[in-house]
Ligand binder design. Structure first.
Ligand SMILES: [Zn+2]
Length: 240
């Protein structure tokens, strides 16, 4: 059993018809979904499942989504519909879109820091309209926050397209930009690599949801920098 992840191809889809393929008391697995399950530093989506209970239509809230193997489980705030039930998924679009803006902002930040300083990212986490990323600095350069904020906002103003493509593993492993972002650490079982390309700035293997152009990210600001030990500096960002 495998849940088809429609957001990998179309991050802007807000509603989707699907079928319940497994259930627990307060959760369902679907044959396909628009709900992003927590992973890769990006939190899960929320929203609703609409379905028919007898003759009446009901909606139950989706409070979390998580991947177990190849299946996405949707945590519900009410009774789960039966296996075989037809449901209509509906995203909390404001939250999802804020997460898309945050995720794309993180990639712009990665690209800018690589271009300006040649330093790689070591970790990160995002939330709607914000997040944090850790980089291999020791110490941070003088004027870092202001210089990087200006450079990121310039890339946002340039309104670069953000393109998603799917590459055979062998081709991805021959791509210097993808090797730099550790595509070789993706398990051998994954034979098709999804690539998110901020054209001319940053190219990474990535499973997250992104906006279509950098101009959609909004205003970027570094709100805090802190040391998390030798060779590891944390950058907190906010969007408005
Ligand atoms: Zn990413």
């Amino acid at each position: 059993m495998e849940t088809e992840l429609t957001y990998l191809h179309d991050a802007y889809r807000r509603e989707l018809e699907a079928t319940v393929v497994d259930r627990r008391d307060d959760a369902v697995a679907l044959d396909r979904t628009i709900f992003y399950p927590t992973g890769g530093g990006q939190p899960h989506d929320t929203g609703r499942l609409h379905h028919a209970a007898g003759a009446v239509g009901v909606a139950v809230g989706v409070t979390a989504a998580a991947k177990e193997g190849l299946v996405v489980w949707h945590q519900l705030d009410g009774p789960a519909p039966e296996v075989g039930a037809a449901v209509r998924c509906e995203l909390d679009w404001d939250r999802r879109h804020q997460l898309m803006r945050a995720h794309s902002a993180m990639h712009v930040l990665c690209g800018v820091i690589w271009n300006e300083y040649g330093r790689a990212v070591t970790g990160g986490n995002m939330e709607p309209l914000g997040g944090r990323m850790d980089f291999e600095f020791d110490p941070l350069p003088e004027g870092f926050a202001q210089h990087v904020s200006e450079a990121v906002n310039a890339e946002i103003a340039a309104d670069r397209p953000i393109e998603v493509s799917f590459l055979p593993r062998g081709q991805a492993l021959a791509d210097d930009a993808l090797i730099r972002t550790k595509v070789n650490l993706i398990p051998d079982t994954v034979q098709v690599i999804r690539v998110v390309d901020i054209v001319g700035l940053d190219r990474q293997a990535d499973g997250g949801t992104h906006v279509a152009r950098t101009g959609e990210i909004g205003r970027f600001e570094i709100v805090k920098t802190e040391s998390k030990g030798k060779g590891n500096k944390r950058v907190r960002i906010a969007l408005s």
